[in-house]
Structure formats: C-alpha cells, structure tokens
Design a protein around this ligand. Structure first.
Ligand SMILES: NC(=O)c1ccc[n+]([C@@H]2O[C@H](COP(=O)([O-])OP(=O)(O)OC[C@H]3O[C@@H](n4cnc5c(N)ncnc54)[C@H](O)[C@@H]3O)[C@@H](O)[C@H]2O)c1
Ligand SMILES: [Zn+2]
Length: 347
C-alpha cells in the first residue's frame, strides 16, 4: 500500500493506494458510519461492506447525479438519525463520490466523509481534489462545493469487476496527468500498457500514485481553480462538449479531447507533430478513441456553453511539450477558425 497526503486549505486527505477494502474498519475508527453506494456496486460488494453499517443506495448514471437524489439521501440520513459527527462513507465510482462529498458537506453544515473509490477513473481523478457536486439543467457539476474527504481508499482488486470500457477509460486520466506535468509518467504509460491492462497490481499502483501525485500538487497550489488547477482540464473543454453531443464515457471523451488539444497546440506552433503522434499512439495502446465521433463543427457551439468561458474568450489548456501544459485564453473567433482547420485532419 502506498500513502499520499493531499494538503488543502481545509484539511488533509489521505489517499490509500493499493489498500484492501477489508481494512476499512481501521479508518472508520469505530465512529457511527453511514454508507452511500449505487445499486450496481451494492449488488457486487455489499457482502464485503463493514457489517452493521446502514447503507443508502442511489441509482446509476449521470441522470441520478441531481438535486432530487440529494433530497432522497438527506431524507434517509434523517431516518438514520445522522448528525454532524456521523461519518459518511461513499463506496463507488465518481458519481457516488461526487454526490457523497456534496451531501456530507451540506448536511447539517458538514459531516466528515471518506471514499472507497471503485473505478479507475475515480481512483485517479474524481476522488482527489475536493470537487463535489451534482448536475443541474443538463450542465455537468453545476452545483457543488470544494471539500476534501478524510481518506480515499483505492483497492485495485476491485477494478477487476469493472466493465472493460470503464476500466480503459480510467487510463485516459492517468495519461492526462503525464501529459500535463510528468513526462516520466507518460513514458511509463507508453512502456507498460500490457501489464496495466492485465491488471498487474504493482503497475496499477504506480500509475495511480503518480497521477494522484500530479493532481495533488496542482490542487495544493490552487485548490479553488484560480489558475494552475485549470491545467487538469486538459482535453476536458473539448471532452465535455463531445460528451454532451454523443454521450460516450467521460474518460473516452477526454482522450479525444486531448488529441484535439494537442492538434490545436500544434497548429499554434507550440508542439511538434511528433509529440501529437506520441499522445495519439499511447491512447491507442489503451484502446481509447482518438477521433471525434461527431461533426466537429458542432463542437464549437457546444464549447461556447462551457462554464469555463469568460466573455468572448475561452480558457484552453494547451501543450508546450509532453509534461508541459499551459493555459491560454483564446478568443472564440480564433477557436472557431482552429476547429475548422482541424476538419481535414479528422476526415
Ligand atoms: N470530482 C472530481 O474532481 C471529478 C473528476 C473526474 C470525474 N468526476 C465525475 O465522476 C463521474 C464519473 O465517474 P465514474 O467513471 O467512476 O462513473 P460511475 O460512478 O458512474 O461508475 C461507472 C459505472 O461503474 C460501476 N462500478 C463502479 N465500481 C465498480 C466496480 N468496482 N466493479 C464493477 N462496476 C463498478 C458503477 O455502478 C457505474 O455503473 C462523473 O460524474 C464525473 O463528473 C469528478
Ligand atoms: Zn476528467
């Protein structure tokens, strides 16, 4: 097991990478605990949950990441006589963790909480960094708070039951961490795709640890996303637009988004075509998509609705090399032109 501490303004989060779910009681410290999970994870793992702990189950998917679900959970917390000292434990993927973090931060103005992250995506990304929240009126993560879990337990053994597509999608965020800040992690991903995809635990632990370390450093420098933290959005502005248009998995849209960000960086003369090729090739090694499955003209309109927009400009995360991401403000007019220029590349 490898331990990493994320120091944020509010508190310190312990990220336990490669820890077994069976050791959960050590972290609950005998406190009154309530578990939030989703129906699918409950079906697979409920027998292994700590005994005698009440379990609240939520539905699956983004359509359940809503204010309505919050209300149902607050109701259950009242039924279970939860108070400000009760510990809320999320066991699930990014959706369960995002919802649990928001519930715990708002119920009676805040209760302690922790996560057992059960998808690769949530282990490397969703559960680190303190962003919690729900979707609203079709906008992703529109309502939320910054608040850090006490601990995040990442049991890599639990990833074996993940759907293959979901598992692969997680590598997109790992590769992203390498592309933005760690050429070493990027090269490790290039050289260890087979063992990672075969669930070799030491390979996974190294990749998860290194990506969390990248994210932790960025978050520690800028918890509330005033500058540096924007780098974590590499591929996401394009990705969110694609997600909206096509509904494919987050990690997969980030993969396509990263290739688009690399292409735009190349067009602006910031990186070489060889760098773009390395990024595309490593994503392909993990069986991730690299071509938008939608007319990219539609992308521009969807991007205009992104919440990262500021007036007539958009903050885009671009690359000056592998391991060297930068943010640039691009006027919409220029972005439209750049996207238009990309059309021929993806024909
Ligand atoms: N807070 C953040 O910083 C942050 C960062 C990235 C993503 N997110 C959010 O995370 C969400 C996506 O997370 P996700 O991909 O984990 O999705 P998810 O939580 O929907 O999980 C995906 C599916 O896998 C199932 N599942 C979970 N663990 C499993 C396991 N061990 N075995 C088998 N099946 C399992 C779930 O039931 C679900 O059906 C999005 O809502 C996104 O906005 C948040
Ligand atoms: Zn992401």
């Amino acid at each position: 097991m490898k331990l990493l501490e994320v120091k944020a303004e509010s508190n310190i989060s312990k990220i336990l990478i490669g820890e077994s779910m069976e050791n959960l009681p050590n972290y609950l410290k005998g406190r009154k605990t309530i578990i939030l999970t989703d129906t699918y994870v409950a079906g697979l793992y409920r027998k292994r949950f700590p005994s005698k702990v009440p379990v609240i189950e939520m539905g699956l998917g983004e359509t359940n990441k809503t204010l309505l679900t919050l209300e149902k959970i607050y109701d259950k917390l009242i039924d279970y006589e939860a108070d400000r000292t009760t510990f809320l434990l999320a066991i699930g993927g990014g959706i369960v963790c995002d919802v649990a973090g928001f519930v715990a931060s708002t119920f009676m103005r805040g209760m302690p909480f922790g996560f057992v992250s059960t998808t690769l995506l949530s282990q490397v990304d969703a559960s680190v960094g303190g962003k919690n929240g729900v979707n609203f009126q079709g906008y992703k993560n529109m309502i939320g708070v910054f608040s850090q879990p006490e601990f995040v337990l990442c049991d890599t053994g639990m990833l074996k039951t993940l759907d293959e597509k979901q598992f692969k999608a997680g590598f997109s965020e790992i590769i992203k961490a390498g592309v933005i800040k760690s050429a070493e992690l990027f090269a490790y991903c290039e050289n260890n795709a087979n063992s990672a995809l075969m669930h070799d635990s030491s390979t996974l632990i190294k990749m998860i640890y290194d990506s969390v370390e990248v994210k932790a450093k960025v978050v520690e420098a800028d918890e509330r996303e005033r500058g540096e933290r924007r780098l974590l959005n590499l591929g996401h502005t394009f990705g969110h637009a694609i997600e909206k248009l096509t509904g494919i998995l987050h990690g997969q849209t980030v993969s396509i988004g990263m290739v688009l960000a690399a292409k735009v960086s190349e067009k602006l003369g910031l990186i070489s075509s060889a760098d773009t090729d390395r990024i595309r090739n490593v994503l392909l090694q993990y069986d991730l998509p690299v071509v938008p499955n939608t007319d990219i003209a539609l992308l521009f309109n969807a991007m205009k609705k992104d919440k990262k927009r500021e007036g007539e400009e958009i903050h885009l995360v671009l690359l000056e090399g592998i391991g060297e991401a930068v943010t640039k403000k691009i006027p919409y007019s220029q972005l439209e032109q750049l996207i238009d220029d990309l059309r021929s590349d993806f024909r």
